[in-house]
Design a protein around this ligand. Structure first.
Ligand SMILES: Cc1cc2nc3c(=O)[nH]c(=O)nc-3n(C[C@H](O)[C@H](O)[C@H](O)COP(=O)(O)OP(=O)(O)OC[C@H]3O[C@@H](n4cnc5c(N)ncnc54)[C@H](O)[C@@H]3O)c2cc1C
Length: 290
């Protein structure tokens, strides 16, 4: 049973922000509802007002702008998975979305909902982190931009204040000489990650000139693997260098034990997932053969 609430369907982003600001902490935004309704049914949250963002066409789009892709927060995962712009410019995001949920969940679930729900296992977060994506937020105080890796503050917690809405995700495109890949460990196809890893590398003259790695479900928020990155930058683009740098992943994560896996298992698998993602990314960038 769902707890009782008042349903609001604003016709514009401006009206949504005004409603959420006026109704205050008793109100929650809803997009696809695939996280919020589950939590409401379980009695984990019981907002008195629900403000529906799903009909706001102004935050539902995918735009190719040369060196970056802009994705509206209310864009569904299904639209992202089937977007040629995303497949060309941010293939690692498409890869992650393809491995999420089932197609019918993805036709309503949104990228904004995945980020704002702030699960440590949110699968869109690691790919966006390695791409250096920026989140655009609109609220009663105006518009602001936050790097995706500064957005999460804890499990289920973000920097969003009362009345603020995530409106778009701005993602720099993959450049020539770069490669990126995503790896996910799960109990079955379409289920939540036990652990996940995204990697983006840049290779020049046989060396790794840049390496960015992010992990999901192994810390209170999605995290960058700065030790792995530091160990790989400047190294020859070889499988041996990747193997050695990946071992640092254990020091980058702070997993917990839960129903999906133990702390020790997640630590071990972080190393494996990072190695696999880096090998695939290097192969794509023209480095080692994987
Ligand atoms: C069967 C099933 C399988 C799933 N598998 C996966 C999986 O493999 N990987 C994964 O990461 N997730 C998975 N999920 C979780 C979920 O589907 C995703 O997180 C989804 O992207 C959430 O989007 P939504 O639009 O439904 O969010 P909603 O439920 O509508 O909202 C989630 C939260 O975000 C807030 N919110 C939504 N949009 C905005 C916005 N624009 N601005 C401010 N706040 C906002 C809401 O207030 C709420 O707190 C699964 C869920 C189900 C039911």
């Amino acid at each position: 049973m769902l707890p009782e609430f008042e349903y609001h369907r604003p016709a514009s982003l401006e009206e949504a922000v005004r409603l959420l600001s006026e109704l205050g902490p008793d109100a929650r935004a809803i997009a696809g509802g695939t996280d919020l309704v589950v939590k409401m049914r379980a009695g984990l949250v019981s907002p008195r007002h629900v403000v529906d963002l799903s009909r706001l066409q102004e935050i539902r789009f995918i735009r190719d702008e040369g060196d970056r892709i802009r994705i509206g927060a209310a864009t569904t995962l299904w639209e992202i998975e089937n977007s040629e712009e995303v497949a060309r410019g941010v293939p690692v995001l498409r890869e992650a979305v393809e491995l999420m949920a089932s197609w019918h969940v993805k036709t309503t679930a949104t990228i904004g909902g995945n980020l704002c729900n702030a699960s440590p296992a949110a699968d869109t977060a690691p790919p966006l982190m390695v791409h250096g994506a920026t989140l655009v937020i609109v609220g009663p105080g105006g518009r602001r931009e936050v790097p995706v890796e500064n957005f999460f503050t804890g499990p289920g917690q973000t920097v969003l204040g009362v009345g603020e809405v995530l409106v778009e995700v701005v993602v720099p495109k993959l450049q020539p000489g770069q490669g990126a890949a995503f790896e996910k460990l799960t109990v079955r196809e379409g289920a939540l990650s036990i652990a996940s890893a995204a990697a983006l590398v840049e290779v020049s003259g046989g060396r790794v000139v840049d390496a960015r790695v992010a992990l999901g479900a192994v810390a209170p928020t999605p995290v960058r693997a700065s030790r792995v990155e530091g160990a790989l930058r400047g190294q020859p683009a070889t499988r041996e260098a990747v193997k050695s740098a990946s071992r640092e992943a254990k020091a980058d994560v702070r997993p917990i034990t839960d129903v999906r896996g133990s702390r020790e298992y997640r630590e071990e698998m972080s190393v494996t997932l990072v190695r696999r993602a880096l090998e695939m990314a290097l192969k794509m960038a023209g480095g080692v053969s994987a």
